[in-house]
Ligand binder design. Sequence first.
Ligand code: A3D
Length: 320
Amino acid sequence: MARKKIALIGAGNIGGTLAHLAAQKELGDIVLFDIAEGIPQGKALDLSQCGPVQGFDAAITGTNDYKDIEGADVIIVTAGVPRKPGMSRDDLLGINLKVMKAVGEGIKQYAPDAFVICITNPLDAMVWALREFSGLPHNKVVGMAGVLDSARFSTFLAWEFGVSVRDVTSFVLGGHGDTMVPVVEYSTVKGIPVPDLIKMGKSTQERIDAIVKRTANGGGEVVGLLKTGSAFYAPAASAIAMAESYLGDQKCVLPCAAYLDGQYGVDGLYVGVPVKIGKDGVEEVIEIELNEQAKAGLQVSIDAVKDLLTACKGIDSTLA
Ligand code: A3D
């Protein structure tokens, strides 16, 4: 069987971490692409030299030429600019929209059959624009945000309850931004919903509310500490989980920014919802019952995504 090919567009902090994780897991051969000359080549060489120590066989190459992504099975896009302290994700819109155009055209020309995972911010708008520019089917282009946001929520819940992170399941819906909706009712410790744990005296509503708030600001908290960039280890791990579900036809249910055509009453937008990822990409959007508060939160989030798309259309007339 031919080895799979993983193309990483953007060889910065997340791109380099993605390459390391994909190599360790032997997901396939890896091509690191960046416009910066020397960075993808240098990282590829350094990572290749991990192989003998760590015992992986993946071929890792760096390039500045889109031709080298030809035939990729999975493409993960991190190209663009990350946040600095004081910047919102939306401040990145104008710069990263141009980047999505170049990346989308490269994918369209060289890897139209790939499963594409977008990470570039502002996520819900960039994944939509990338899909538009690439022309790939909607089920083959998806945004990574919910897996990371849920991982942040789960981490804080595990700390709160003093349990293993493996026992915590949590759900975050909506856009990747301050309007994201962590759904407490669907978040559990070994199947016990968080509201029941509050009733059992294991935490209080106030403490859970604070965790919800911290989750929504999870990226900003890391940016504030790093000062020179944004989170990259957990974002990379999250995208790799999505790639593995596709490559292995695992059919994992993962919260992702997926294209909605009617589900949750939304048409023509990418919004964070639970989806099933298997060999056909996004195989199903799972519509869960939401309480009134979550519905209202989701609507705020959807409106914020709509505003971003209007801004994109104002910048690039081909998107209108
Ligand atoms: P960084 O380390 O700066 O890497 C970005 C790379 O993109 C750099 O190496 C650039 O040279 C490269 N680049 C810029 N323009 C182009 C282009 N036109 N073509 C190809 N490469 C280009 O950033 P990072 O890896 O930390 O973050 C990458 C993106 O992910 C940013 O937009 C972040 O905001 C975003 N991000 C999203 C999440 C989500 O959960 C959605 C989390 C963390 C970061």
